[in-house]
Design a binder for this molecule. Sequence first.
Ligand code: ZN
Length: 411
Amino acid sequence: MSRKYPTKVISPIIDSMADARVEILIDEATHRWNHSVIDGVFIPEEAELIKSLPLPQQGVEDRLFWPFTQTGTYTSKSGYRFLKSKDESSDSSARAVEDRELWQGIWSLQRACRNSLPSKENLVRRTVIENPLCDRCSCANESALHALWSCGELDVVWEDLTLWNCRNSLSFITFKELLSWLIKHQHHLELFLVTVWSIWTQRNQVRLNKPSCSPHLISQLAKERLQEFQAVNPHPSSIRSAPPTVQKWKPPDHELVKINCDRARFAKENRAGIGVVIRNSEGLVLGSLSKLVLQAYSPLEIEVMAATTALDFASDLGFQRAILEIDSLVLVKVLSDHTEFFSTVDLVLDEIGHKVNFFNELHYSHVKREGNIVAHILARHAIRVSDVVVWMEDVPPPLFPVLLADIAGFS
Ligand SMILES: [Zn+2]
């Protein structure tokens, strides 16, 4: 997996799919990931990672790459850093196993919601066993909701009324209904998940005659476990400093057009946006575009896609001599130096290679964000667009003042 840790897939293997290949995850007709298959096979975190990998439109050879540098090539520095971080986490290799169990547990909660958790009630329905009664209390059928929440023997686990008063005051018919309520009310969800996972684990240990903790300890252990988990996975904070100088947009030389492009990433919506504006030496707009991408790819991947879209757009309009201007220094360097990537970025870079051939003259230029503001706003605008919108010799009206400011900046 393209992440630091754990590097291998941890989603539980589905027996009937043990020999399946990656191609079953790809829709043959559209060359896109088949989201419903991926969501059904992998735990949510891994499903998201897979769906965020860009797929090329043409078939390409498989290749290996080193996942810890941006270019995908191994450097001894990155190797050292990897080993060091692995070292630091080696005392937590036991934790890795635990984390894996936790993820698998939370995955099985999803099964509880779909009512396919192997509770006794379900096993009876599938004629695996005959007696659906709960082993803990022997007085009700063991549904997922009963086994994890409503069984009287679990009173000791959910006894903290400052947290779980809802257990007494509300009644739920299915586990899914309970979980939906907790999600909707943002009700101690993490603690709930860890507690429920602990209950299910303890239940299975007892059934298998393996050592297990007393139900009295479950709630305390769950709280400690959650604290540990939060200490290792703090919420990321963003630190940004303001740019010291302002750089304005400049028009191209007489016989050239300037193509500015930018990207936006909408993490919450899992979408990305691309904005392109093409202007001549007088600063007049020849065309502009706003395009929605149905996946929040990595910033560099979207950057490359934005450049591909920009070149495509310019060549569609018949411009053969151009400057492609972007605010990513990395990408300008990549394009100018023909850097080869051995990573997923390469899949999208390949496509730029084809577009470049169309131009008789093509230069790359870097501008700071303030000089790329029109393209940036067009990229942000993409979230309001269903696919792609093009304005010929124009920009959307809200952009007029920005455009005028750009023109005023150079006259
Ligand atoms: Zn019971």
